[in-house]
Ligand binder design. Structure first.
Ligand SMILES: [Fe+2]
Ligand SMILES: [Fe+2]
Length: 321
């Protein structure tokens, strides 16, 4: 059995996959299977169909926000103080749509990464069955976000052409640990914001419903990606670990720039350049982004991703203090 696996390991695409094959052969897969079994059981109990679960036809309530004001990019800047309450709420509406658009972009990349991750693995394993379950979740989420954008009556906000092409390249060539690092970056900061959004009574009920569903289902995705990444940072070859450190720092930089599409400012009647400069200079915003990333950066530090050049890139992204 060991020999067969070794031959398979030597002929797989990357060294990371090869080591994974070796580990499987040595019977070290159990823990991974146990994690996946638990996630499958939780998925069977707590999964939602947003089309049936949420009241999509209810009118929006006057005076309610589409995103908590403290999490809107311009909050507490000089520009914010000059804006009327109505214009602030309109900005929250556009930013919610921009974040939903970003979410769809991430999820579509993630679905492809998951499909690549399981391509060489046994379909009968719990690990693969859970990956397929997660893809199902993400399909529902992306449809839910698209429906939210449409219902909100704003444009959708695709990422820039450069980021779109960067994503195309990344999802095609990424290594396994690189993929799970990017997954966590995409999931954890938005998740932190959504955990503040769904219980907030100042926020529109539809937005609260969407974020509640997403938080419940994402918690499993974060668990799956963390467990896998922790494993990968022990077993992947050194070059792959080092590559993960550098690319994760680069993702953090892209992520912090792509986080809110600057077209939102123009669409609510603000000067785009001035708004961007004020967001850049905002201490409140820096704190929000760093607090949102803290759970993730603590974890990445713990498993050895935040070292050397990678750490410097993380710092320059503004997500790491
Ligand atoms: Fe999702
Ligand atoms: Fe997810």
């Amino acid at each position: 059995m060991l020999t067969g696996s070794l031959i398979r390991a030597m002929t797989t695409l990357t060294d990371a996959d090869a080591l994974e094959g070796l580990r499987d052969a040595l019977g070290l897969l159990k823990d991974r299977e146990q994690v996946a079994e638990r996630l499958l059981a939780s998925s069977a109990k707590h999964s939602f169909d947003p089309d049936k679960e949420l009241d999509w036809d209810a009118p929006f309530e006057d005076g309610k926000w589409f995103w908590p004001p403290e999490l809107v990019s311009l909050y507490d800047t000089p520009m914010w103080r000059r804006m009327s309450e109505e214009q602030r709420i309109l900005l929250s509406r556009h930013e919610a749509a921009a974040l939903a658009s970003l979410g769809i972009w991430f999820e579509i990349i993630l679905m492809q990464l998951l499909v690549r991750h399981i391509y060489d693995k046994a379909a009968t394993s719990a690990h693969v069955r859970y990956a397929l379950t997660e893809i199902e979740d993400e399909c529902r989420h992306s449809k839910m976000f698209a429906r939210l954008i449409e219902r909100g009556g704003t444009p959708s906000y695709p990422v820039s052409r450069a980021h779109q092409n960067m994503g195309r390249l990344f999802k095609t060539v990424s290594t396994t640990p690189g993929s799970f690092t990017a997954t966590l970056l995409g999931e954890e900061v938005l998740d932190w914001m959504q955990r503040l959004t769904f219980p907030d009574e100042r926020v529109q009920p539809l937005v609260r419903g969407v974020t509640r569903i997403h938080v419940v289902e994402e918690a499993r995705h974060v668990r799956y990606a963390r467990e896998e990444l922790r494993r990968q940072m022990v077993t992947a070859p050194r070059w792959s670990q080092e590559f993960t450190r550098v690319t994760s720092g680069e993702f953090a930089r892209v992520f912090s720039v792509a986080f809110v599409n600057p077209e939102v400012y123009r669409n609510v009647g603000l000067d785009r350049r001035e708004a961007l400069a004020q967001v850049q200079a905002s201490g409140h915003r820096r704190e929000v982004m760093q607090t949102g990333a803290k759970r993730l950066t603590d974890f990445l530090d713990d498993i050895g991703v935040l070292r050397g050049v990678g750490r410097r890139l993380w710092k320059s992204s503004g997500l790491l203090a």
